[in-house]
Design a protein around this ligand. Structure first.
Ligand SMILES: CSCC[C@H](NC=O)C(=O)O
Length: 136
């Protein structure tokens, strides 16, 4: 189900809690909402649709990918950049890493570890920050 996007910064600043298989509907809603906003958005975290669960979705190729309880276990090659956010106006400076290794559960709640680079790595870092209540 496509959900409205929250702009409430107090809500967005609260850290999210681990997700479980009970949150499968939120995973589906987040994927639906990213697809509906794909022209203006490359990634989302569950708190952007009102759920404080550690779930993110990221545009990768044609289909958005869900990552549940993502944890960055390795990172390399820091750089400074500017980012926008669907929940905020304007762009702000951020520090990101060009390469990250992430352990997460997929949409079927199976655990996996994968290394990401470039723009996809940047989106994942932005969305994990959302899970920690950090806005750019
Ligand atoms: C480059 S990371 C930007 C991610 C942002 N999504 C909001 O959480 C967006 O503009 O889609």
């Amino acid at each position: 189900m496509i959900k409205p996007i929250t702009h409430d910064q107090t809500f967005l600043s609260q850290p999210s809690q681990p997700a479980t298989a009970m949150d499968a509907a939120t995973v589906t809603d987040l994927l639906d909402t990213l697809r509906a906003n794909r022209e203006i958005c490359v990634g989302m975290a569950a708190n952007m649709i009102g759920s404080h669960r550690r779930i993110i979705v990221v545009a990768m190729g044609v289909l958005p990918v869900a990552m549940i309880n993502p944890v960055i276990t390795d990172k390399a090659d820091a750089y400074h950049t500017q980012e926008g956010c669907l929940s905020l106006t304007g762009e702000r400076p951020t520090t990101r890493y060009r390469s990250i290794t992430v352990t997460f559960e997929n949409a079927q709640f199976q655990s996996q570890t994968q290394t990401f680079t470039g723009f996809v790595a940047q989106i994942i870092q932005h969305e994990i920050d959302h899970c920690d209540g950090i806005l750019i």
